[in-house]
Every structure is written in structure tokens, then in C-alpha cells.
Design a protein around this ligand. Structure first.
Ligand SMILES: C[S@@+](CC[C@H](N)C(=O)[O-])C[C@H]1O[C@@H](n2cnc3c(N)ncnc32)[C@H](O)[C@@H]1O
Length: 311
């Protein structure tokens, strides 16, 4: 049996992954629970260290199996287990991945801390199976950014097509104009904060569409199949659908799966991605991005989230 594409399959990814055929997926994006005690409705995010790592090894191995020989796995993870998951993917599992990029995503609106520096980044690993043959759409204009030559110096010798971003990704460079240029390898995208128009309201870990846009555009082509084992609010699949890719995902929670399915139903191929496409402009905030209607919808979503969390 194989899992149908175009939908979210509710259930444990480890039970569902074996139902996906070998070598059938072009791009997998995995944003697992980080094992930091985050409150999900169903999943308990505080496992014993070794149990968590064994669990990660099991799904990483499965993702390697379902990817085509030319396929790519992008894996998002926090500081706590970044080193371990990189080791598992590139050294431990029987068929090892090759790490192509270790991207740092620098975001704003992180959680405020009182006795340590505020966390403002996550790690994004780009893993491939074959370094001689994998999808990397370096020429896609939506992936490229203006070079410093063009942006800062207005130099006429600058490549009009721009250049590839560096591996630190910044989504709101206006907050650190000197430190984070859009062509750098620290990626700067804001988290999807509670006040943002983009926010779905039922899931606290919603990723920004623009970040997934860069990943899906660079590592897959139109018509390719994108898979997300930890669908959550459905961002990966929403962006895949907008960008004309086939998609499927798995999600443990019945409620998240249902709400994310509703989100997908409201999307058409070719729809614009949420959030600012130009990383030099700001994410819409309450002041300039929220209408009364969206505020009411968000509040309803927040109530749903509280109910889900039993608060
Ligand atoms: C960090 S969130 C993903 C957020 C997602 N990237 C987004 O943009 O909304 C992780 C998700 O994995 C789900 N999850 C946890 N264990 C799972 C499992 N064994 N199989 C499938 N989903 C699982 C959780 O319910 C949660 O929604």
C-alpha cells in the first residue's frame, strides 16, 4: 500500500512511513519536536535523551529510503540536538546522507530569557544522497538575492541576476542592517509571531512560508513530490501546493491534521506566499497587516490552541 499524495495522513510517522514506496519523494522537510518540553496537544516533548535520538534515527533512516537518489532532506533542529542529528544522518544510519549546507536561520520574536541570551536562531541541514546529482536550482530568480556590489555599492559590474544567499538566513535584515546582508549565509526570517497576519493560530511552531519557499524552490522542481513527516500547521505542504509541487504529510495530532487540512483547502497552486518576498521589507504586523476580520479569526484560533493545550 502507498500513501496518497495531496493530503495529510493523520498518525505516527514511524507507522506511516513504511507505506511510502522506496525512492518516490524528491524533497522531504522535517521540523520535528526539539525535545525541549514544548507543549503540543498529543506529543510529549520531553523524552529520555537516548529514546529521542533512537526515534530520530528511525525516521531519518526512513526518509533516506523514501527519497529518490537525487532527493534532498532539509532538517530543522535547535541547538540541543543539532550535533547529534547531524551525526546520525551522516555517520550512524546504514545508508548515510551527505551534508551539503548547514544553514543558520536567524529570526526575531524569539522567547525572552532572563538568565541567558535570547535564542534567535535554528539550524537547517541540507542533506543529499548523491553529491554528483541532486536538485539545486541556483538560477531560480526567486532564490537569488542582490549582491553587495549591486545593493551597497551600486556597482554596474554586479551580476544583474544577483547571487545565491549565504548560509546564514535573515528574514528581517532591517533589524540588523549592518550585520545581516541578504546574501549572507545566516538566514534572517522572522518567526511567525502571534501578531502576524500569516499566523494560523492553532499551532505554536508555525514556520514562515518565505523560508519554506526558498527551500522548496531550490531543492525541487514543479511537479516534484514534497513530503513533511511533522506537518504541524501545514506550512511545508501549503507552500508546496502554492509552488505547483505534489505534496503529502503525516501528523500525529488529529486536531492539527484537521486544521492544516482546512488551511490547504483554501490554497490554490500559484497563490502568493505569505510574508514579505523581499527580505528587506518587514513582516506585516498588527499595525499594518491585521484587519479586524483576521484579528477575530486569530483570536478564535488562539482559543482553539488553548483548548487543545487544556489551558
Ligand atoms: C515542530 S512541529 C512542526 C511545525 C511545522 N513545521 C509548521 O510549520 O507548522 C512538530 C509536529 O510534529 C508532530 N509530531 C510529533 N510526533 C509525531 C509523530 N510521531 N508522527 C507525526 N507527527 C508527529 C507534532 O504534533 C507537531 O505538530
Amino acid at each position: 500500500m502507498s500513501l496518497k499524495s495531496g493530503k495529510i495522513h493523520q498518525g505516527d510517522c514511524l507507522q506511516l512511513l513504511p507505506k511510502i514506496a522506496d525512492g518516490s519523494v524528491d524533497l522531504a522537510f522535517a521540523d520535528p519536536p526539539f525535545n525541549i518540553g514544548y507543549k503540543y496537544d498529543k506529543y510529549h516533548d520531553r523524552q529520555d535523551d537516548q529514546d529521542y535520538l533512537d526515534w530520530c534515527a528511525a525516521w531519518i533512516e526512513q526518509l533516506h529510503r523514501i527519497l529518490k537518489p537525487t532527493g534532498t532532506l532539509w532538517l530543522a533542529i535547535g541547538d540541543e540536538y543539532a550535533a547529534e542529528l547531524k551525526w546520525i544522518a551522516t555517520r550512524q544510519i546504514p545508508n548515510r546522507f551527505i551534508m551539503r549546507s548547514w544553514v543558520v536561520w536567524y529570526y526575531t520574536f524569539g522567547v525572552n530569557c532572563t538568565r541567558k541570551f535570547n535564542r534567535s536562531h535554528a539550524h537547517l541541514f541540507q542533506f543529499i544522497k548523491n553529491e554528483k546529482d541532486f536538485t539545486f536550482n541556483a538560477e531560480d530568480p526567486a532564490v537569488r538575492v542582490p549582491s553587495a556590489r549591486a545593493l551597497v555599492y551600486g556597482d554596474s559590474r554586479a551580476n544583474p541576476k544577483g547571487r545565491l544567499p549565504d548560509d546564514t538566513w535573515v528574514l528581517r535584515p532591517q533589524d540588523a542592517p549592518e550585520s545581516f546582508q541578504p546574501m549572507d549565509d545566516t538566514w534572517y526570517y522572522s518567526r511567525v509571531a502571534g501578531t502576524f497576519k500569516e499566523r494560523q493560530g492553532f499551532h505554536g511552531c508555525q514556520m514562515p512560508e518565505q523560508l519554506l519557499g526558498r527551500i522548496i524552490r531550490v531543492s525541487s522542481d514543479e511537479g516534484d513530490t514534497v513530503f513533511d513527516p511533522f506537518t504541524g500547521s501545514g506550512t511545508t505542504l501549503a507552500v508546496a501546493k502554492k509552488l505547483g509541487r505534489k505534496f503529502l504529510g503525516t501528523e500525529l495530532s488529529e486536531d492539527y491534521a484537521r486544521y492544516a487540512t482546512e488551511r490547504l483547502a483554501g490554497i490554490r497552486s500559484g497563490d502568493p506566499l505569505d510574508g514579505p518576498a523581499d527580505p528587506l521589507s518587514s513582516s506585516p504586523n498588527t499595525a499594518n497587516g491585521t484587519t479586524l476580520e483576521s484579528r477575530i479569526r486569530r483570536k478564535a484560533g488562539d482559543r482553539r490552541q488553548k483548548t487543545l493545550l487544556g489551558e
